[in-house]
Write a protein that binds this ligand. Sequence first.
Ligand SMILES: [Zn+2]
Length: 110
Amino acid sequence: MRQILLLILLFVVGQWFVKALRRAQAQERPDAPPQPAAPPRSAGEARRNGGARPRTARPASLSEPMVRCAECGVHAPRSESVTAVGQSFCCNEHARKYTARSAGQDRAAR
Ligand SMILES: [Zn+2]
């Protein structure tokens, strides 16, 4: 009977811990949804590879959130995207196209 109580206690503590962890992540980045952290690469693993460059060594592009172009649907890193009228675009050209079209639609509606 004592073991069952202990298991229940462990379960409750585990749930609480996960909740606290999620809350801490949300406070760190309120604009982005919580993402699973990449496992740290051990030094031994790098040595086993013989100094070869790992294929997944792109920390800058991996940590950066991707935004979808409202004009052509292409996904671009947020730092390279253009934001206009509350939408994200892959380039200035598409932002101009989109705003010009939406302005035309507004005029037609009136
Ligand atoms: Zn585009």
